[in-house]
Ligand binder design. Structure first.
Ligand code: GAL
Ligand code: MG
Length: 970
C-alpha cells in the first residue's frame, strides 16, 4: 500500500485533487443490464490511509461502516468540525476502510467498454482493480465512474478494491449539520457499452410540447465511425404520429473525429404538461446507430414538459405563480445512516404528498438519484442542492483558490447528473458557506450550461435580499420572521421571489405559527413559500445494552415513533462522540421511523387543496390548487354538535377551476346550540401516493354558537379539603393545584426561555396556603407562590353542584412574571382511567400557535396514545380548544370535566418534572394514573431552537387569569 501512487498524491489533504481518471458525469441511465456489486464485501478498517492492514472482516455494500459495528461509530456535530486544524487539514487518526471483492467479468463483454460505478463514498475514494490504480474521486453524494476496459479481462475474475478515507480536505466542504459517517453509502455496479456510445443526453421539454434532445457521442476505440446517426422515440401515449423522430440530415450533425453532437427535436401536439399536481411523464428512448442501422447504444428517459421562469418577483411554473410548500430532506435511515432504498424514498415522498407538501430541497447535497425519478413521477418541485457546506470555515473557503475546482466540480456534476428531471426547478450552490468568488465561478458554469432554470444560494442574498449578485435569483433566507418578510414584500425594494430555504424549525414539539406564516404568504404578493426545516428526526436506533447502532433491519425494532424495549433513538453524544451537538439533529416533521409528528397534520390543513368559507347560510368552496380541478377528490359533510350528536352526508364537490370558488347549499338545517361543519375531503380514486378514500384535508367552519350554562350550586355536605385547603376526592391521587411550568421543549431550552423559568423557580413552585374559608358547602382557598419574579396569588372557590364540584380559579401574576409556560390547574388521578373522550380539537396534539389543523369534534383515544414521544422528553400531548372530557376505566367508571371556556388540556402518564429529568424515552417510567393539566393560558411553541420565538399574541401575559371547571364522577 505504501508505494501506491494514489496514496502518494495524499489526496485527503489536497483540495486541488477533486478526481483522477474519473469519467465525466452524464445523464445516461446505465442501470439496465448492469452487474450489481452490492452485497457482502471483504473489509478492513485501518487507522489512517496507508496504515498497514489488519484483520479482514465482512461488510454490506452499500452501507456506512459507522452503522455496521466495525469499530468506528457515528458522530454528530452541527457545524463545528470534529478536529481543530484549518482546512485543508485532516486528522492523523483517519479511519480508512478497505473494501475488496472479486467479480467475474462476463465473457460476452469482450470488446466492450467496461465501466465501474461507485454510487457514493465518504469522503475520498481510491479505486484499484487487479492491483492497478484506476482512479480517485471526491464528493460523498455523487457517483464516480471509471473505465476498467484496460485492466479487466472478460471471462476472468477481477479483484475490485475500493479504499475510502473518512476525513479529508473535502470534509471541510461537507460540514453539513448531520451525522458524520464513513464508507460506501450507495450502490456499486459494473456495466458495459459499445466503444461507440452515448456520452451524454440532454433533454429540454417545454410546456408547449417542444422537445429537444441533445446527444453527445464518443468512441473509445478511436475516431467516430462514418455514417453514425441517432433516433429517438417518444412513448406514443398521446400522438402516435409524433412517436418517431426523423432520421436527421447530415447537415444537422456536428461531428468531429472524437466528439459527435446531434440534436433530435419534435413538437408534441396537445401535450399534457408536467407540474407537481399533474406529473405527466412521457417515455423517451434515444438510440445511437451505426451506419448499417444497427443499434450501438440506447438511453431511456422520462420526460416532463414544463417551463420554469422568474418574472418580476414571482417564480412561475408553466406561467402560474405556484406556492412552494416545501421541506428539506436528507438521505437518512435510522439503521443504515444514509443508505436508502427505492422503497424508503418512495415512502418518504408518499408521506410528503399525503401531508400537502409539493416541494423538496435536497438539503444539503444531491440526494440519491432515485429520489428525483420518484419526484418526477409523484410530482414535487425540487431545489437540487450541491454538496458544498463549509460552515465552520466558511469565510476562508469561499475565496480560497485551492477549493475553486471543488466548487465548480460539485455544482457542475450535479447539474450534469440531474438536468433532465422535470422535478428539478431550481439549482442551489450549497448551504452555509458564506459567499465568495468560488460561488460565482460555479454560478457562471451553471448559467451557461443550463439557462432553463433559476439558481439560488442563500449566502449570496443573505445580507440584502434584493442583492443583484450573480449567484441567486431567489431571496432564500433562513428562519426570517414573518414580519420581516412582510416588510420586505411591501417595501417596494423587492426584486426577487422570496422563498425561505429553511423556516419553521421542527425540533421536538415545535412548528408554532406555521399558519401565521402561510396567512402572510397567501395574502401578500412577493411571498411564495418556503422549505420547513426539516423532514427527518435523525435518531439512529441504538441498543442500550452495548451502545451500538442496531444495524441491519430487524422485525419490530420500532413502531409509531417508539423503539422496542432495549433500544432508543440515539442523538449526538450517545455513541461517546465528542465533540457533539446533542439532540439538535432531531428536528424533523417525522420521527426516525417516518411516523408523522402532529405538526404534519397542521401542515396538511394549511396546504389543503380545498377551503371552506361560511357566511350567512352560504358555503363557499375554494379550489386552492394551481392546475387541477376538484374531480380527483370526494367529500363528505360531518356535522358536529356540542351535545355529542354527529351527522354525516355525502357532499358533491362543485366543478371549481384552479384558484376559483363556488357556492354550495347548506347540507343540514341550522342546528340549535354550538355546532361545527367539517368537509372531510378524500381521494376519489387510487392515487400513486394514496389509496382511494385517504384523507386529504378536513376544513371546518363553525355554524352556530351556544350559550354556556353556569351550573347552579346545590346544598349538600361541605366540600372536603384538608387543612392546607387541598381538595380530597376519591378519584384524585394528587389534588388540583396551580401550575405555571411545563417540561421545557427544545425551543424553550435553546431559546433561553426555560432558563428564565428556572431562574424564577417556576419548575419548583412552593405553595403556601394563606386562608381556607368554609361557607356552607363551598370552600375558598387562597394560596401564594413565591417566585423570582414576584409573588403569584391564587384563589380556588370550590362549590358543590349537581353530581359534582365546580372549581373557579383566579391567578394573579406580577408584572415581572411576563412569560410563564402556562397558567392552569394540575391534578393526578387514580390508576385505571385509561381512555380519554373529549369534545374539542383533535384527535392530534395541538397548541395555541399550532392549532390550525385539528377540527373540533368528539374524539376518543387511549391515554397512552395521547403522548407524543419527542426524542428528548418534553412537554407533549396537549390538546387545544377542549370544552369537555371524560376519563374512564373499562367498567365505565371515571370522571368528567367540563371547562368554563375552551382550554388547553393534556392528559399523560408523566409529570412535567418526570419529562424534564429524562434525556431519552427509555428512562421514563409511566405513572399508573393520569397527570391532567387544564390551562387557562399556555405559551405557544414557537420555533426558538433555531429561528423566531412564538409571536407575542401566544405568550402568557402577566396580570389576572380566571378560569373555571367542573368535576363529576361518572
Ligand atoms: C440551518 C442549516 C441546517 C440546520 C439548521 C438547524 O442553519 O442550514 O443545516 O443546521 O440550521 O437545524
Ligand atoms: Mg450548517
Amino acid at each position: 500500500m505504501r508505494r501506491d501512487p494514489l496514496l502518494a498524491l495524499r489526496p485527503w489533504e489536497s483540495p486541488e485533487v477533486t478526481s483522477w481518471r474519473r469519467l465525466p458525469m452524464n445523464a445516461v441511465d446505465r442501470r439496465d443490464g448492469a452487474l450489481s456489486l452490492d452485497g457482502s464485501w471483504h473489509f478492513q478498517l485501518v487507522p489512517a490511509p496507508g496504515a498497514s492492514s489488519g484483520e479482514w472482516t465482512r461488510i454490506e455494500v452499500p452501507g456506512a461502516w459507522t452503522t455496521q459495528d466495525v469499530g468506528d461509530l457515528p458522530q454528530y456535530t452541527n457545524f463545528r468540525m470534529p478536529w481543530d486544524d484549518f482546512p485543508p487539514s485532516s486528522p492523523a487518526t483517519n479511519p480508512t476502510g478497505v473494501y475488496e471483492r472479486s467479480v467475474v467479468i462476463p465473457a460476452d463483454w469482450a470488446g466492450r467498454r467496461i465501466v465501474l460505478q461507485v454510487g457514493a463514498a465518504e469522503s475520498v475514494l481510491l479505486v484499484h482493480v487487479n492491483g492497478t490504480p484506476v482512479g480517485i474521486s471526491k464528493d460523498s453524494h455523487l457517483a464516480a465512474e471509471f473505465d476498467l476496459s484496460a485492466v479487466v479481462r472478460p471471462g476472468d475474475p477481477a479483484t475490485v478494491r475500493l479504499t475510502v478515507i473518512k476525513w479529508s480536505d473535502a470534509s471541510h466542504i461537507e460540514d453539513q449539520d448531520q451525522w458524520w459517517h464513513g464508507g460506501i453509502t450507495r450502490s456499486v455496479l459494473l456495466y458495459a457499452t459499445d466503444p461507440l456510445h452515448l456520452a451524454d443526453v440532454t433533454v429540454r421539454a417545454r410546456q408547449n410540447g417542444k422537445l429537444w434532445v441533445d446527444c453527445q457521442v464518443r468512441n473509445t476505440a478511436g475516431a467516430l465511425p462514418e455514417g453514425w446517426y441517432a433516433t429517438g422515440a417518444l412513448d406514443g401515449r398521446l400522438l402516435a404520429q409524433d412517436a418517431e423522430f426523423d432520421r436527421l440530415n447530415a447537415d444537422d450533425l456536428r461531428v468531429s473525429d472524437f466528439l459527435g453532437e446531434v440534436r433530435l427535436s419534435t413538437t408534441v401536439r396537445d401535450v399534457r404538461p408536467w407540474t407537481a399536481e399533474t406529473p405527466e411523464l412521457y417515455e423517451l428512448t434515444v438510440r445511437l446507430h451505426r451506419a448499417d442501422g444497427s443499434v450501438a447504444d440506447t438511453s431511456s428517459h422520462r420526460v416532463g414538459f414544463r417551463d420554469v421562469e422568474i418574472r418580476g418577483r414571482d417564480l412561475l411554473v408553466n406561467g402560474a405563480r405556484v406556492f412552494i410548500r416545501g421541506v428539506n430532506r436528507h438521505d437518512f435511515h435510522p439503521l443504515t445512516g444514509r443508505t436508502v432504498s427505492a422503497d424508503d424514498m418512495r415512502a418518504d415522498l408518499v408521506v410528503l404528498k399525503r401531508f400537502g407538501f409539493n416541494a423538496i430541497r435536497t438539503a444539503h447535497y444531491p440526494n440519491d438519484p432515485t429520489l428525483l425519478d420518484l419526484a418526477d413521477e409523484l410530482g414535487f418541485y425540487v431545489v437540487d442542492e450541491a454538496n458544498i457546506e463549509s460552515h465552520d470555515h466558511a469565510h476562508e473557503i469561499a475565496d480560497d483558490p485551492r477549493y475553486l475546482g471543488a466548487f465548480v466540480d460539485r455544482v457542475s456534476r450535479m447539474v450534469l447528473r440531474d438536468k433532465n428531471h422535470p422535478s428539478v426547478v431550481i439549482w442551489s450552490l450549497g448551504n452555509e458557506s458564506d459567499y465568495g468568488a468560488n460561488h460565482d465561478a460555479a454560478a457562471g458554469w451553471v448559467r451557461r450550461h443550463d439557462p432553463t432554470r433559476p439558481l439560488q444560494y442563500e449566502g449570496a442574498a443573505k445580507l440584502d435580499w434584493a442583492d443583484p449578485s450573480p449567484a441567486s435569483d431567489i431571496a432564500c433566507p433562513m428562519y426570517a420572521p414573518i414580519e420581516e418578510c412582510i416588510v420586505h414584500a411591501l417595501s417596494g425594494e423587492q426584486t426577487k421571489p422570496l422563498i425561505q430555504c429553511e423556516y419553521s424549525h421542527a425540533m421536538g414539539n415545535s412548528n408554532g405559527t406555521l399558519a401565521d406564516h402561510w396567512a402572510a404568504i397567501e395574502s401578500i404578493p412577493g411571498l411564495q413559500g418556503g422549505f420547513i426545516w426539516e423532514f427527518w428526526d435523525h435518531g439512529i436506533l441504538q441498543r442500550v445494552s452495548d451502545g451500538r447502532p442496531a444495524g441491519r433491519p430487524g422485525a419490530g425494532l420500532y413502531d409509531n415513533g417508539v423503539t422496542a424495549p432495549g433500544h432508543r433513538w440515539a442523538y449526538g453524544g450517545d455513541f461517546g462522540d465528542s465533540p457533539n451537538d446533542g439532540v439538535f439533529c432531531a428536528d424533523g416533521m417525522v420521527f426516525p421511523d417516518r411516523t408523522p409528528k402532529p405538526a404534519m397534520y397542521e401542515h396538511r390543513e394549511i396546504a389543503a387543496p380545498v377551503r371552506l368559507r361560511y357566511r350567512q347560510g352560504v358555503f363557499l368552496v375554494q379550489n386552492r390548487q394551481h392546475f387541477r380541478g376538484l374531480d380527483w377528490l370526494a367529500a363528505e359533510w360531518i356535522l358536529v354538535r356540542a351535545d355529542g350528536r354527529t351527522h354525516t352526508a355525502t357532499a358533491a364537490l362543485p366543478d371549481v377551476p384552479p384558484g376559483g370558488s363556488e357556492t354550495i347549499p347548506m347540507p343540514f338545517p341550522l342546528p340549535e346550540g354550538e355546532s361545527w361543519l367539517t368537509l372531510r375531503v378524500t381521494t376519489a380514486d387510487d392515487e400513486p401516493w394514496a389509496p382511494r378514500g385517504t384523507d386529504v384535508c378536513l376544513p371546518q367552519v363553525r355554524l352556530s354558537t351556544g350559550a354556556t350554562r353556569v351550573p347552579e350550586p346545590v346544598a349538600g355536605p361541605p366540600v372536603e379539603v384538608d387543612e392546607d385547603g387541598l381538595l380530597l376526592h376519591p378519584l384524585l391521587t394528587s389534588p388540583p393545584v396551580l401550575s405555571l411550568w411545563r417540561a421545557p421543549t427544545d425551543n424553550d431550552e435553546l431559546g433561553g426561555i426555560a432558563a428564565r423559568w428556572r431562574d424564577w423557580g417556576l419548575d419548583a413552585l412552593v405553595r403556601k396556603v394563606v386562608d381556607v374559608q368554609r361557607e356552607g358547602a363551598r370552600v375558598t382557598v387562597i394560596a401564594e407562590y413565591a417566585t423570582g419574579a414576584g409573588t403569584v396569588h391564587h384563589e380556588q372557590v370550590i362549590t358543590r353542584i349537581a353530581g359534582g364540584l365546580r372549581i373557579e380559579e383566579t391567578a394573579e401574576l406580577p408584572e415581572e412574571l411576563d412569560d410563564a409556560a402556562r397558567v392552569g390547574t394540575v391534578f393526578e388521578t387514580v390508576a385505571g382511567l385509561d381512555v380519554l373522550d373529549w369534545y374539542g380539537q383533535g384527535p392530534w396534539e395541538s397548541y395555541p400557535d399550532r392549532s390550525a389543523g385539528p377540527p373540533v369534534g368528539h374524539h376518543s383515544l387511549p391515554v397512552d396514545e395521547l403522548f407524543t414521544p419527542y426524542l428528548r422528553p418534553q412537554e407533549s400531548g396537549g390538546r387545544h380548544g377542549v370544552r369537555r372530557f371524560t376519563l374512564s376505566a373499562p367498567d365505565a367508571t371515571g370522571l368528567t370535566v367540563e371547562l368554563g371556556a375552551p382550554s388547553q388540556v393534556s392528559v399523560t402518564r408523566y409529570r412535567a418534572e418526570d419529562l424534564a429529568a429524562a434525556t431519552h424515552h427509555d428512562e421514563l417510567v409511566p405513572r399508573p394514573g393520569c397527570v391532567v393539566h387544564l390551562d387557562a393560558a399556555h405559551r405557544g411553541l414557537g420555533t426558538a431552537s433555531c429561528g423566531p420565538d412564538t409571536s407575542p399574541q401566544y405568550l402568557v401575559a402577566p396580570g389576572t387569569h380566571r378560569w373555571s371547571w367542573t368535576l363529576r364522577v361518572l
